[in-house]
Design a protein around this ligand. Sequence first.
Ligand SMILES: Nc1ncnc2c1ncn2[C@@H]1O[C@H](COP(=O)(O)OP(=O)(O)OP(=O)(O)O)[C@@H](O)[C@H]1O
Ligand SMILES: [Mg+2]
Length: 304
Amino acid sequence: MEYAVEIENLSWMYKDNQEKEIWSLKNINLKLKKGEFIGIMGQNGAGKTTLCRCFNSLIPNRFNGRMKGKVIVAGSLDTFEKKIHECARKVGMVFQDPDSQFIRGTVEEEIVFGAENMGLSIDEIKNRLEWTLKEVNLSPEFLKKPPTDLSGGQKQRVAIAASLISKPDILVLDEPTSQVDPMGKLEVFEVIEKLRQSQNMAVVLAEHRADEIMKFADRVILIDDGCILLDEPPRQFFQKVDLLLAKGVYPPQVAQLGYLLHLDREIQLPKDEIPVTIEEGIACLTKILGKKLKEGESECNTAN
Ligand SMILES: Nc1ncnc2c1ncn2[C@@H]1O[C@H](COP(=O)(O)OP(=O)(O)OP(=O)(O)O)[C@@H](O)[C@H]1O
Ligand SMILES: [Mg+2]
């Protein structure tokens, strides 16, 4: 099977950390199928951004340090051997800070830059521009504006469009809404949801918000101190409430409530029944309350 990304025994140490021998990634093994959506969670400094930088060869091409193992993109591109622009066609990146990713004068120039670099015809670039604007719900009236004039949510949508235009196999988003206001967050997640449904593209989303990961991801990875500790479907992942909390990751609040019901001496909710969505939480509470009511009823009957 051809994977969108294959990471084998990857370790990375930034040059600054070489004196103390601190590895930021330690023996990472990860395979990502085409069309698969992976969430990456972990506390500050766990290694999420460092891992994201490995997908499109920013590491080792733009950062100094020591690398072990390998990252193969789209079946054959070895990021260690290939130049960054070759990897950029296959892997789109959206960073935390919207302003850090713009280098052109207008939104249009910013979006079409990747397509121009691929040497596509003007007609093809036009078609792709139209398509990307639709994908990210951005009106053509923004095209002539400087990206700096846009709101945080709009900027991130431009950044997504700029990545999409080269029709990458993989889109990597590193906490794309952490510096965006609540309305902007909503706009960006709507676009991610649309991409999830319409494209057969692998998506990697590093994100602190458990509810969003729960909604989108096929698999979730817990990264801690540079190691992968968990790699599971979202349900099993978020049911491990105690481990996640110990590693500084907050599961959905409903799962935290479920965990208290698991610990409760009387209720003892089995661990694999801990709810992870609101709907499951309602079903779980209804079941527990129903049981309690029945117990109450039979106690009354016995007393009578
Ligand atoms: N450019 C760099 N030079 C040296 N060390 C770095 C560099 N970038 C990250 N690190 C170190 O690598 C480790 C992992 O950091 P990374 O930024 O990947 O974590 P993160 O999970 O993305 O954290 P956050 O949630 O704060 O974004 C940390 O110890 C960090 O200090
Ligand atoms: Mg980060």
